[in-house]
Design a protein around this ligand. Structure first.
Ligand code: ATP
Ligand code: MG
Length: 632
């Protein structure tokens, strides 16, 4: 009751100009739509920046309404409909463009709300046939966590927060009067802890209001809707529980449900029904920072599926600060399916070249290749590939030192021989890798030849010999038939170099599936990372898809790939991945537990500041065409 008594006192003092007419007044505001951003996942300093801006925004207007609206909708993708929730944010004020949070002018968002068709004491019936109820919170506790409103976004249909700035002079007078009055109670003989707390709060308030902070009346209304009474009661129960957990008092005021819903603010409507007024200083008001969405809905993005709050996840790699994507998950978790649907949808959305290394010959299958519109190249054992590393050096696609390191990794040249190999590479006149081997022979470099003479004989010689494959158009290389894993690595890394030529022409995507096969070859990982880094300024997208992330994470080169990708899609994991998930993606134990038992296509997407659980939704057609499991 403390604030009500303060308020009534003010009325007595004539500081508040009560409009005693009962005729409700509809407020008119200038409205802006606000683009939300993640909040809970941000570092403290970034959260502080947002709450400070919010405080400044409130200080800059006399009166403000924040309107948060959940739209329960269906996202349509290729004749399939997915139920989703989209949260929209509006800011209304009487002043012109407040100039914070990239606000966009819009028309009154309240005019499209369903109207009230029938009124019960404790609820209303709306023109869309639903039942609705307005809950009002009051009596704010001393502490509210920043961004606490977000907790209600998953359940509430609408949230209104109204801030009304109290004139500085009035505020100071009002608070000091209330403080003096409360302090006088301290001299009595029945001083309760309650009184002491109240005095302390009022003293604190005096200090802040005396400084640069302002005083606001704050009203928070939560509108819930339901098709049935049961649904309404269930929502009410959950919201009340959440409010109580934060020590917020919450009520569903009877007989004024319609006025509350229609957002008619007549002071009498509140005072006569004992809804206490709430005063909050502008610093504490920062906790009400509302423009939060942990959802990921990028402009011009590709539909991936839905988040745990049932929002669509719409992802555009170009919305991030780099275009590297890693997809991690154990066997059968849905990595390749995710890649295929992503590629398919990306191609429909934008003009981009597709290139891939396919160690399991999954993408080169007719039905997949056709669907993705790619040329499939199935590499056969004994096929001459013309992937001469020395030619790549001469053409400037890799420098001699890196090439020496690559060849050393691929042929297991011991560390102590590597400096010599590098020198030989750098000083060599050879135009082909075979000429280089001849030079080694001339130099009687027997110790190196012991490892490198394999270059000259099959199956390796086939890799280097011949003329390179034409790589124009969308192209995926299936290398499964090269049974030997080392040979797969040799071919993949050289193909990557070959593709790099094309990457420099811009807007190309390169994906590498089953990339764990490279984890023992740091020079290859380094090469992949370099290709990705160089391609960035040409708008190239690099996708690295693998199981066994811990193997990759073991080398500095692999760690760089996993940690620096702006986007990581994490699907079901084995327990061995726990450390990587904690270190590279800062996942909590709960998030890790979720990943340990996820179903195919279920996981977590980390994209820039966003991190949310994700269910990759695939259409029946995609499932049929892209599945690898014979059951379907
Ligand atoms: N989003 C999804 N929705 C429904 N089913 C899915 C989804 N993703 C994958 N699946 C099912 O799981 C199977 C395995 O998926 P996928 O081949 O993509 O796994 P993977 O992670 O690439 O496994 P591996 O590491 O063995 O290659 C698919 O054939 C499909 O039947
Ligand atoms: Mg796979």
């Amino acid at each position: 009751m403390q604030y009500l008594s303060i308020f009534l006192k003010l009325v007595e003092m004539g500081l508040f100009n009560l409009k005693m007419n009962n005729k409700a007044k509809v407020e008119t505001y200038k409205w802006y739509e606000v683009e939300p951003s993640p909040f809970q996942l941000l570092a403290q300093e970034d959260q502080d920046r947002l709450t400070n801006n919010f405080t400044q925004l409130l200080n800059s207007v006399n009166e403000a309404v924040i309107y948060v609206k959940n739209v329960f909708d269906f996202y349509e993708y290729e004749n399939s409909q997915y139920p989703v929730i989209i949260t929209k944010f509006y800011f209304g004020a009487r002043e012109n463009t407040p100039g914070f949070f990239n606000m966009r002018d819009i028309t009154d968002p309240l005019k499209d709300r369903p109207t009230v068709t029938y009124e019960y004491p404790d609820k209303i019936v709306l023109s869309d046939g639903s039942l609705a109820k307005v809950l009002v919170t009051y009596n704010y506790p001393d502490y509210l966590p920043d961004g606490f409103l977000f907790e209600y976004y998953g359940i509430a249909d609408e949230i209104f927060v109204k801030f009304k700035q109290v004139d500085q002079y009035k505020a100071i007078k009002m608070v000091s009067a209330a403080r003096l009055r409360a302090e006088s109670l301290l001299t009595g003989n029945r001083v309760t802890p309650e009184t002491e707390r109240k005095v302390q709060k009022l003293r604190d308030l005096s200090t802040t209001i005396g400084g640069s902070a302002r005083l606001f009346e704050v009203y928070l209304y939560i509108v819930i809707k339901g098709k049935t009474n049961g649904e309404l009661l269930e929502k009410e129960k959950r919201i009340k529980e959440m409010a109580n957990a934060r020590l917020l008092s919450i009520e569903d005021p009877k007989y004024i449900q319609r006025e509350l819903y229609e957002f008619k603010t007549s002071v009498s409507a509140f005072t006569s029904f004992s809804i206490e007024k709430n005063f909050i200083d502008s610093i504490s008001a920062g906790a009400f920072y509302p423009f939060i969405s942990e959802d990921l809905i990028d402009e011009n993005g590709v539909f991936l599926g839905k988040s745990n709050s049932n929002s669509p996840v719409v992802f555009n790699p170009y919305s991030r600060n780099n275009y590297n994507i890693v997809i991690l998950g154990e066997s059968g978790s849905g990595k390749s399916m995710t890649t295929k649907v992503f590629l398919r949808r990306l191609r429909k959305k934008m003009n981009i070249g597709i290139n891939g290394i396919d160690p399991e010959n999954e993408y080169v299958k007719d039905v997949v290749a056709k669907e993705l519109n790619i040329t499939q190249v199935v590499i056969k054992p004994g096929q001459k590939l013309g992937l001469d590393l020395m030619k790549f050096v001469r053409e400037g696609f890799i420098d001699a030192t890196d090439a020496a390191e690559l060849i050393a990794d691929l042929y297991y040249v011991p560390q102590e021989l590597r400096p010599r190999l590098r020198r030989l590479f750098v000083s060599s006149d050879a135009d082909t890798i075979f000429q280089l081997i001849d030079e080694l022979k001339e130099n009687k470099a027997e110790d190196l030849l012991k490892y490198l003479d394999a270059v000259e004989s099959p199956p390796d010689s086939y890799v280097y010999d011949g003329i390179p494959i034409d790589i124009s158009g969308n192209i995926v290389f299936g290398i499964k038939e090269l049974r030997n894993q080392r040979l797969k690595v040799v071919v993949s890394s050289l193909l990557t170099l070959l593709l790099q030529k094309k990457m420099l022409s811009g807007r190309q995507l390169l994906f590498v599936d089953e990339a764990w096969i490279f984890s023992e070859y740091p020079a290859v990982l380094n090469l992949l990372q370099e290709v990705a880094r160089r391609g960035r300024k040409y708008g190239d997208i690099f996708m690295y898809i693998t199981q066994r992330p811990w193997d990759v994470y073991n080398t500095p080169e692999g760690r760089t790939i996993l940690e620096q990708a702006a986007t990581a899609i994490l699907l079901r994991q084995r327990a061995a991945a726990t450390e990587v998930l904690q270190k590279a993606y800062n996942l909590s134990q709960a998030e890790i537990d979720y990943l340990l038992s996820a179903n195919p296509g279920q996981g977590i997407i980390r994209a820039g500041n966003h991190k949310l659980t994700l269910q990759i939704l695939v259409t029946q057609e995609e499932l049929e065409k892209f599945s690898t499991s014979p059951a379907i």
